[in-house]
Ligand binder design. Structure first.
Ligand code: APR
Length: 232
């Protein structure tokens, strides 16, 4: 059985990492066009690097929560792939083996000339003047607004084979990532865990679990691994 977890910022909220579009979320405090576009980086690299240096420290100090930790338990009933929009490494630290980062990863950096020279930097800051192997300014290996999402094709192939898809903690506002929910085959059972979804842009026949990620995942994993068809 193929199980796909599609996670967004909400799965890491209980680890103390801010989401983007909730009230008090990051996009209320910062303007996307000032910190998360290639143009912003050209205009003011220090501001952009400081924004991500701060986020890297926050992620370093965070711990996986029970939602991340429930996912590897699904290995007992199928082959699990995590497709995450998150740039944190909390899925990996919680023991998930197959993790595809759609929007990059905060612990990696690259030069400004494409994805040829990606390097592991761990939790070190990136400063103006730090260079990649090709001599260009180092930047976070993160997909900014206006940039392509190179992992998208691999993600579509994975979702197309899903028997179970669990979407957890995403507002499904950002494309192309959000379009993955429309790639599931007919046979796929789709669960959505989110405590405050407003309006869901989803195909029909999904089961909505209006809980925080940790509680929602705990109940759902318990039901799936015990052979029950429907979560409480
Ligand atoms: N448990 C589960 N879900 C939660 C929790 C929680 N404890 N707290 C908040 N949420 C939900 C919110 O209700 C919301 O639907 O998480 C969702 C977070 O949505 P966004 O902030 O829009 O985050 P996400 O969908 O991951 O954003 C996608 O936008 O800015 C970009 O690149 C960034 O990858 C990110 C992308």
């Amino acid at each position: 059985m193929e199980i796909v977890i599609f996670s967004g910022a909400g799965i890491s909220a209980e680890s103390g990492i801010a989401t983007f579009r909730d009230s008090g979320g990051l996009w209320e405090q910062y303007k996307i066009e000032e910190v998360a576009t290639p143009e912003a980086f050209q205009r003011n690299p220090k501001l952009v690097l400081d924004f991500y240096n701060h986020r890297r420290k926050n992620i370093k100090n965070a711990l996986p929560n029970n939602a991340h930790k429930q996912i590897p338990l699904l290995d007992s009933i199928g082959h699990v792939t995590v497709i995450t929009q998150n740039i944190d490494d909390l899925h990996e630290r919680a023991g998930s083996k197959n993790v595809l980062h759609l929007h990059g990863c905060i612990t990696q950096a690259k030069g400004c000339n494409g994805d040829k020279f990606i390097e592991e930097i761990g939790f070190k800051d990136i400063e103006v003047g730090d260079t990649a192997k090709d001599g260009s300014q180092l930047r976070p290996h993160i997909v900014w607004f206006g940039e392509a999402v190179p992992a998208m094709n691999d993600a579509i192939e994975i979702v197309k084979k899903a028997d179970i898809m669990i979407t957890v903690g995403s507002s499904l506002n950002v494309y192309p990532a959000a379009s993955l929910v429309f790639e599931t085959p007919r046979k796929c059972q789709h669960f959505v865990i989110d405590p405050n979804v407003q309006e869901l842009n989803l195909p029909e026949n999904f089961t909505l679990i209006q809980e925080n990620a940790s509680m929602g995942m705990k109940n759902l994993v318990q039901h799936l691994t015990s052979g029950n068809k429907k979560p409480r």
